[in-house]
Design a protein around this ligand. Structure first.
Ligand SMILES: C[S@@+](CC[C@H](N)C(=O)[O-])C[C@H]1O[C@@H](n2cnc3c(N)ncnc32)[C@H](O)[C@@H]1O
Length: 277
């Protein structure tokens, strides 16, 4: 079967099964299944695929139709221009989280702590952008830390990274000039509203944070000031309706220069502040 026929069939199957963006997903899945880069598919449209390649594409399509996100099927996700490995143990990094990266990069950082690192998307991006930075990446999930470690190797920054299995600050020590965190922030009330892809595929440890979704912000804010150098920065990703609640938590803890930043969709996405000391 020729590649163009495989692609056309893939698009129709996805469309029949009401998958949004069937062309985009077909491009990623066919490319992966056949082993031809996505940007070479059109130029290779007359390529004759073998039986095994066709079977592989069909298997990938079945998983997509069964509700698996493309990134989870492929086991990778692009974040801030770099490829991160992902698996069932980590949150699939979101484009919105790049808002936090853009903000962090406005001022150089050297000693960086990424709390709840998951795949390492935030901390490892900063370590990659700042060749002199030292990163401590922590998570309560040991299996998530294994993924972050693999990503650090892949990105060539492992020698500047330390991975710590910790319940927020419990097993951490040191002083940082930047603490970043995208903690769990979904409330009990919001659980029912989550899409099938999030509910069935992102680990619950990465999602839920108590009855009002703010428990991680409270715990981290109460302790972060003891781990920040004078004037050090704390950056939180937030749910888009949490800006005032999170700002208030930070204010009560004495942080200064509290500011809210929006994502590309003009939704509140990051709260930044500085150490009170
Ligand atoms: C929303 S995910 C963010 C993952 C990654 N930083 C990202 O932005 O893609 C939250 C992360 O916090 C971790 N986590 C949840 N509770 C934690 C706790 N008590 N202590 C440390 N990490 C925790 C989860 O395992 C998960 O990796």
């Amino acid at each position: 079967m020729k590649l163009r026929e495989i692609f056309a069939e893939a698009v129709s199957k996805l469309r029949e099964n009401e998958i949004m963006n069937p062309e985009r997903d077909a491009r990623a899945l066919v490319s992966f299944g056949v082993g031809i880069p996505a940007d070479r598919l059109t130029i290779s449209s007359e390529y004759l695929a073998g039986k095994e390649q066709i079977q592989k594409v069909n298997h990938l399509l079945q998983r997509r139709i069964a509700g698996w996100p493309v990134s989870r099927i492929l086991g990778k996700r692009l974040f801030w221009g770099r490829e991160f490995l992902i698996n069932d143990d980590v949150l699939d990094p979101r484009g919105d989280t790049e808002t936090l990266i853009a903000l962090a990069l406005q001022k150089p950082g050297k000693f960086v702590l990424d709390l709840g690192t998951g795949s390492g998307a935030i901390g490892l991006t900063l370590a990659s952008e700042w060749p002199d930075a030292q990163l401590v990446a922590s998570d309560l999930s040991k299996t998530a830390l294994d993924v972050a470690r693999q990503n650090a190797i892949k990105l060539g920054v492992i020698q500047r990274c330390q991975f710590v299995n910790s319940d927020w600050f419990h097993s951490l020590e040191g002083q940082f000039d930047l603490i970043v965190s995208n903690p769990p922030y979904i409330s009990e009330g919001e659980m029912a509203l989550l899409s099938r892809e999030v509910k069935n595929h992102d680990p619950s440890l990465a999602l839920f944070a108590g009855p009002d979704g703010l428990s991680a912000y409270r715990t981290i804010s109460a302790q972060a000031k003891n781990y920040l150098v004078a004037g050090g920065r704390l950056l939180f990703e937030i749910g888009h309706r949490q800006a005032s609640a999170v700002s208030q938590i930070l204010q009560e803890q004495g942080y200064i220069d509290i500011a809210v930043h929006q994502d590309l969709d003009r939704k509140d996405r990051v709260v930044s502040c500085r150490s009170p000391t």
